[in-house]
Design a protein around this ligand. Structure first.
Ligand code: AMP
Length: 396
């Protein structure tokens, strides 16, 4: 994949339209998780240091009918400034006189945040007139919002066709990590796919089974595969209407020489709650009133062995109901094994997707993976093998 990066961009004295994803969670008026702000800082700092006029575009929330206080980016300008350690100006509209006036007042090295792009209907419609209004505010476009790249919106895709377009450092890191993990991986490569249901991950399972050597399935979705293989799984979460689909995935994976790895033993309980009394059983011995809530220790050992023989690992989804102890044990153990191999330089590990990041954080290993994607939908669509419009528009 080839795209221009900030290495080749001449930005000094230029108006740089920088698309960030500042759609950060806010609780009681405070940013409750600043990960996305922190990931944006390298590009903001680099542009400012190189003397660009950095004009930031972002969406925030899902405003329905034009501007509203709840979805204003104004408080985020203050949060960004405090993380950046320098002033960030704010304009009350992302186009028109407020934007043009604020840009006219900028000096080289200044940073300006424009109001929520989604306050205009043209943003999500990728309306050419709105795209033109945005494009005339800048000389160069830099997209650093991988997490919004699965949307063909004006600020994520349209503008890229109107101005010289570059990938920001966060976008670059995401694309390099995902390319190393899936497009040109060192083999053997394995994917861990866990989580509740296969219905939400059918495309992902299909694509991965064509690309990886081992597909390690955990979580609730493993139950559907176990049931498809004729196992009695008691009261476990299971999508009975998808048993044929699961069998098809197994057959297709076999045809593509991808080995599907399912739990051989499981942790079961009769109640879906933290600290519910539980026991470990082989997958053939799940009681009629029991439900599978985690992979068992034999499964973990088998997966740890397998990880020892591979070079690349992609991870999406937990092995069990990880929010409730003790059903986080399988996820934690496999995550630690992957982190240890990463530390030893033996394994490249890339993980992403909302619950995955919290599961790996909870396991205390997120910092030790090679790369953790902060993107949810965009990361999943990449794993599904779909082209991301915001990324495609950056290709040279
Ligand atoms: P997903 O959003 O598809 O990645 O699914 C994540 C959710 O799956 C988490 O909330 C887990 O608690 C849940 N989950 C994982 N394993 C199981 C299981 N065996 N039974 C029920 N829920 C599970």
């Amino acid at each position: 994949m080839s795209f221009k990066t900030l290495d080749t961009a001449e930005v000094a004295g230029k108006r740089v339209l920088l698309r960030l994803d500042l759609n950060v969670p806010v609780e009681n008026g405070r940013v409750s998780d600043a990960t996305r702000i922190d990931r944006a800082l390298p590009t903001v700092r680099e542009l400012a240091a190189k003397g660009a006029k950095t004009i930031i575009l972002s969406h925030f929330g899902r405003p329905k009918n034009g501007p509203d206080v709840e979805n204003s980016l104004r408080p985020i300008a203050a949060a960004l400034a405090s993380h950046f350690g320098a002033p960030v100006a704010f304009a009350s509209d992302c186009i028109g006189a407020p934007a043009a006036g604020a840009i006219a007042a900028m000096k080289n090295g200044d940073v300006l945040l424009l109001e929520n792009t989604r306050f205009h209907k043209g943003e999500e419609k990728n309306d050419p007139a709105f795209v033109a209004e945005l494009a005339k505010l800048g000389d160069i476009y830099v997209n650093d919002a991988f997490s919004a790249a699965h949307r063909a919106h004006a600020s994520t895709e349209g503008v890229a066709h109107k101005l010289p377009a570059y990938a920001g450092r966060n976008m670059q890191a995401e694309l390099e990590a995902l390319t190393a993990a899936l497009e040109q991986p060192k083999r053997p490569v394995a994917a861990v796919v866990g989580g509740a249901k296969i219905s939400s991950k059918l495309d992902l399972l299909g694509n991965l089974s064509r690309k990886v050597d081992f597909l390690i399935i955990g979580g609730g979705m493993a139950n559907t595969f176990l049931a498809a293989g004729g196992k009695a799984i008691g009261k476990s979460l299971c999508e009975r209407d998808l048993l044929d689909t699961a069998r098809k995935i197994i057959d297709e994976a076999a045809a593509a020489k991808c080995r599907i790895v399912l739990p051989v033993d499981v942790v079961v309980a009769t109640e879906f709650k933290a600290h519910a009394p539980s026991r470990v059983v082989d997958v053939d011995h799940v009681g009629a009133d029991e439900m599978i809530l985690d992979a068992g220790p034999k499964s973990v050992v088998e997966i740890e062995k397998l990880l020892g023989g591979i070079k690349t690992l992609v991870w999406n989804g937990p092995f069990g109901a990880f929010e409730m102890q003790p059903f986080d044990a399988g996820t934690n153990a496999v995550a630690r094994a992957a982190a240890n191999l990463t530390d030893a330089g033996k394994l490249l590990t890339v993980a992403g997707g909302g619950d995955t990041v919290s599961a790996l954080n909870q396991a205390g290993v997120a910092q030790r993976f090679t790369y953790i994607s902060t993107a949810g939908g965009a990361f999943l669509e990449w794993l599904e093998g779909k082209a991301l419009p915001g990324v495609e528009a950056l290709r040279v």
